[in-house]
Design a protein around this ligand. Structure first.
Ligand code: SF4
Length: 423
């Protein structure tokens, strides 16, 4: 099983792998030789599409060389371009969309087992897991193809989510990362009201769950009571991942984000005010059609003012059938690159300064792995794979993966912290 793209894709792979466990030895993202390769693709933006196509082409080569018997392709790229891909790549045994689990199983001669609903073959370290609480998106952000690929927003029933959280906790999961295309929209379709705060509160009651982390929140209509549960409930990480995309009102309007620059700034200040020491992660797009140097400077000033703890930057990529696709992609590639570099250079400095402020402080750290001479962990302010890590020398300590320890920060770097165990 090869998974590309985001953590939502990873959850889909884990669900499929669990169903396949009965019939196959299922390996994940491995260089090991296998008989069958299933590629769960990403089709979000140009770079991601290219990576997926390269993976398919290398699987086809392996098949031609007799190293693989079967190549199956699924996921967002396949959902979006199934016909074109099938015409171009006749060495692939089958192309499936994002909602074709039973068909994929049938093509691999496996019966779909209803009793495995809510069960996954975890590919993350056993102490943390992603939990997808809904599928699809009802928004119409002008640059985004996800609603075209994943369809309308569909919340997973409340009780099903709780049952899944209980099953994961029973397997030893301590940290749950709640994910969706639009996390804060949870419940509006199914229950005609937002239920994200209630859901987070309820999950915190699940025995064994220590940390709940929130990813992919949306700014417009942001439920403020979520901040109260984050502030008051020790099991909810003081961490919010909320893509803001830009700060220029003209660009936010063109992006159809549903709020202007002023409102965006007000919200960001509110999050900071309501939850002291909250770690804010956000994502911005540079080089959106018509973005002037002044508008980009506005974004730089906003990032300098807000001092986000974690930040991701994407270069605008025109996507067919999105409303922005009709706009001229008039910011030259080298300017897009230059703006991405300038924004990340600013963020790197901010990240170092914020990390320096942590030296001397003690944090609860969850150990993820051992790497070389170091144990590698995270504080509640860091999400796996995308954020800072805490490195603890293995010299005088014998730590266990998946356990929490109190750690004093003794040194800091741009994106990492060094710590020592507090006994
Ligand atoms: S909220 Fe906007 S950017 Fe996010 S998945 Fe939905 S349409 Fe795309």
């Amino acid at each position: 099983m090869v998974t590309l793209g985001c953590s939502k894709n990873l959850v889909d792979s884990e669900v499929l792998m669990r169903q396949l466990d009965y019939r196959y030895e299922v390996i994940n993202d491995s260089n090991e030789t296998s008989d069958i390769m299933v590629i769960n693709t990403c089709g979000f933006i140009a770079d991601a599409k290219e990576e997926s196509i390269d993976m398919i082409l290398s699987a086809i080569e392996a098949k031609k060389a007799g190293q693989l018997q079967k190549v199956i392709v699924t996921g967002c790229l396949s959902q979006r371009y199934k016909t074109e891909l099938a015409e171009e790549m006749d060495n692939v045994d089958a192309f499936f969309g994002v909602n074709d689990l039973p068909d994929i199983l049938r093509s691999l001669e496996v019966d779909y087992k209803k009793e495995l609903v809510g069960e996954r073959h975890l590919t993350t370290p056993s102490h943390f897991a992603y939990m997808k609480i809904s599928e699809g998106c009802d928004r119409s952000c002008a640059f985004c193809a996800i609603p075209l690929i994943r369809g309308k927003h569909v919340s997973k029933p409340f009780e099903e989510i709780i049952a899944e959280a209980e099953k994961l906790a029973a397997k030893g999961v301590k940290e749950l990362l709640l994910i969706a295309q639009d996390l804060t929209y949870y419940g509006l379709d199914l229950y005609k009201k937002r239920r994200i705060t209630e859901l987070v509160h309820r999950i915190s009651k699940v025995k064994g769950i220590e940390w709940i982390r929130l990813h992919y929140a949306y700014p417009a209509g942001f439920p403020e009571d979520l901040l109260d549960v984050m502030r008051e409930n020790p099991k909810v990480c003081k961490y919010l991942d909320i893509p803001l995309q830009h700060i220029s009102s003209r660009i936010l309007q063109s992006m159809k984000r549903g709020l202007d620059g002023e409102k965006t700034r007000e919200l960001a200040l509110l999050w900071r005010e309501k939850v002291q020491d909250m770690a804010l992660r956000s994502t911005f797009i540079v080089g959106y059609p018509g973005e002037t140097e002044e508008e980009f400077q506005q974004l730089m000033d906003f990032v300098a003012e807000m001092r986000f703890d974690r930040l991701g930057v994407f270069q605008y990529s025109p996507e067919e059938n999105t409303t922005a696709f009709n706009l001229p992609d008039d910011v030259p590639a080298e300017i897009k690159q230059e703006r991405e570099d300038r924004l990340m250079a600013l963020q790197q400095q901010i990240s170092l300064e914020l990390n320096n402020e942590k030296v001397g402080k003690i944090f609860k750290v969850l150990i993820d792995k051992k790497e070389g001479d170091y144990y590698v962990g995270r504080t509640e302010f860091d999400s796996p794979e995308v954020d800072n890590e805490v490195l603890i020398s293995d010299e005088n300590s014998l730590l266990q993966t998946g356990q929490f320890y109190n750690v004093k920060i003794i040194r800091s770097d741009f994106y990492d912290l060094y710590g020592e165990l507090v006994l």
